[in-house]
Write a protein that binds this ligand. Structure first.
Ligand code: NAD
Length: 497
């Protein structure tokens, strides 16, 4: 069986820890590979390779860095299909969705191609007589990225292209459930001419993560994953003096006002709740229906849900694939089974669904819960599966208060024809990303992505200008070229004249 090892110093490196984890095809439930789990020594080797490359890369010209990024962009473009196939084979999402993920990741490489513009400093001349001040941003050194299973290519691409463009070197720890796409990204970077050691990949589990968090040569850590692990990564990373951005889980609400176009809202709800089997941090998992909207909206959602084709991600007609693991499938199904006892009506129950001939796959059908209570497990927890909850409220104000009471604040959306209400919502809702008649408002690459509250730990959102700031630190240079008549001792604190 194939083994996926590490990529260190520009070449494949076999795992030596003796620890491996299984990689599974979610559509069949069968193991397809082993992935090496890095030991502390193997993480140290990757960090040493990154450190050895840091000075040369960090002082390389912007022209050299952008030349690599443009070549890399072209290679990724040429290999879109192959990367998407690797994603589907290990994650299970359908091919078109995997291609969409690659496209959104490519956006950040394209952003990074413009790094000379993004890194331009500031200059103030003559702040005092013959004194100028320049503000520049410099790389941090070695930085690391730890990523989740649900976007095997896009989330790594949110991180390392921009970090590298800023002059850092990088150690990436992919999810052990889906290691192949990230490995391919590293191979292609080498093919595009990235010097050895600038991008390293260590596969593994929490042993690797915890070593990254304490390693004295790593200056910063970007993390994307669940809230409990994000909280741990932020606490441990900052305790050892690192800059940390840790993006966590979510519970994304869609507020539907009575004046909304209910057909558009139903299309959006089904797409955003069940796309990628609900395994997106920006998935809509709770509809907050105002006034009399709930009944007609549910009717329209049910009609659309009945037409969704579920099947292996390799099938050209499938719209939704399996869940990542059998254990996760069972956990998601349990929320649906437990819902009636906690007061909800089960409108659609997908727990019995399977695909003929692929009964070992991690299948679930679409589930829809109505009259869900804010105290129920289905509402309070991030389910991360194809389960959509409907909560009924009387007014816009009650809806916003409900959303704002959630501990999460990743994305949210309002569906309405009322511009005034939409404008109020943008200002009043407590979430980092807001959609107006847009259910999954993932910002384009030249803006930044991030939530509020328990959906993020740390001060910087990811990519865009926040990404450039996160991966660099500021330096301000004050310069004087004195004329012969200047001079004289002055013990006063420097002031301007
Ligand atoms: P996860 O938190 O289980 O794993 C994320 C990473 O952390 C993986 O690389 C994993 O190996 C590592 N890890 C897991 N447990 C650990 C531990 N105890 N100690 C140290 N490291 C550990 O997340 P996941 O299941 O892979 O991904 C799904 C989660 O990610 C969901 O909660 C989803 O909302 C979230 N997510 C958030 C965003 C965002 O931008 N906010 C984007 C994608 C996914």
């Amino acid at each position: 069986m194939q083994t996926i090892d590490h990529w260190i110093g520009g070449r494949p490196v076999d795992g030596t820890s003796g620890a491996y984890g299984p990689v599974t095809d979610p559509a069949t439930g069968e193991q397809t590979a082993w992935v090496a789990f890095a030991s502390v020594a193997e993480v140290d080797a990757a960090v040493a390779a990154a450190r050895a490359a840091a000075t040369d890369w960090g002082t390389s010209s912007l022209a050299r860095r952008t030349a690599f990024l443009f070549r890399y962009r072209e290679l990724l473009d040429t290999h879109r299909e192959e990367i998407a196939r690797l994603i589907t084979a290990e994650h299970g999402k359908v091919h078109a969705d995997a291609l969409g993920e690659v496209a959104r990741g490519l956006e950040i490489v394209e952003l990074a191609c413009g790094i000379p513009q993004l890194l331009k400093g500031e200059l103030s001349t003559q702040v005092s007589t013959r004194v100028d001040v320049a503000a520049i941003r410099q790389p941090l050194g070695v930085v690391a990225g730890i990523v989740p299973f649900n976007f095997p290519a896009m989330v790594p691409l949110w991180m390392f292209p921009l970090a590298i463009a800023c002059g850092n070197t990088f150690v990436l720890k992919p999810s052990e459930k889906v290691p192949s796409a990230a490995y391919k990204l590293a191979e292609l970077a080498a093919q595009a001419g990235l010097p050895d050691g600038v991008l390293n990949v260590v596969n593994g589990d929490r042993v690797a993560v915890d070593r990254i968090l304490e390693h004295p040569d790593i200056a910063a850590v970007s993390f994307v994953g669940s809230t409990p692990v994000a909280r741990h990564v932020h606490a441990a990373g900052t305790a050892s003096g690192k800059r940390v951005q840790a993006l966590g889980g979510a519970k994304n609400h869609m507020l539907v006002l009575p004046d909304a176009d209910l057909d558009a809202a139903a299309d959006a709800a089904v797409s955003a709740a069940y796309g990628s089997a609900g395994e997106r941090c920006m998935a809509i998992s709770a509809i907050v229906a105002v006034g009399a909207t709930a009944d007609p909206l549910i009717e329209k959602i049910v009609a659309r849900a009945a037409k969704i084709e579920i099947g292996p991600g390799t099938s050209p007609t499938a719209e939704m694939g399996p869940l990542i693991t059998k254990a996760h499938r069972d956990r998601v199904a349990e929320y649906v089974r437990a819902a009636p006892a906690q007061g909800a009506d089960v409108v659609l129950d997908g727990t019995g669904f399977t695909v003929a001939g692929l009964e070992g796959g991690h299948w679930l059908g679409l589930s829809l819960l109505d009259r869900v209570s804010v105290t129920s497990d289905a509402y309070r927890d991030e389910i991360f599966g194809p389960v959509l909850s409907v909560l009924r409220v009387e007014s816009y104000e009650e809806g916003v208060a409900l959303i704002n009471a959630s501990p999460y604040g990743n994305g949210t959306a309002i569906f309405t024809r009322d511009g005034g209400a939409a404008r109020r919502f943008q200002l009043e809702v407590q979430a980092g990303m807001v959609g107006v008649n847009v259910p999954i408002p993932v910002p384009v690459g030249y803006h930044s992505f991030g939530g509020w509250k328990d959906s993020i730990f740390g001060d910087h959102h990811i990519y865009g200008n926040d990404g450039v700031h996160f991966y660099t630190r500021g330096k301000v240079v004050t310069t004087r070229w004195p004329d012969p008549e200047d001079g004289g001792v002055d013990l006063g604190f420097p002031s301007h004249g």
